[in-house]
Write a protein that binds this ligand. Sequence first.
Ligand code: SF4
Ligand code: SF4
Length: 81
Amino acid sequence: MNILQHVIDPLECIGCSACEMACASKAITNIAGRYCIDFDLCNDCKKCVRDCPTGACDVYIETENVFTIDAQAMWTALPTL
Ligand code: SF4
Ligand code: SF4
């Protein structure tokens, strides 16, 4: 069964860190300049979505397997599923 995973669009992200500061769950990590959301820590409170100036973290993708933060850190664009 597919899951809906909250992710950040690397093409829309300007690296301002507002999402990381907004996330009380510490689900957002900056890995080598890319902001990634830990699926296991995110409770979908949407505080990051509220504070993001570009809409980059208002993205949810349907996937069979969870993308780890290390996998997300390699993205130059959202994966095509
Ligand atoms: S939705 Fe909430 S818990 Fe999830 S990454 Fe955004 S601020 Fe953190
Ligand atoms: S708040 Fe938005 S633009 Fe800023 S680092 Fe987070 S995802 Fe990127």
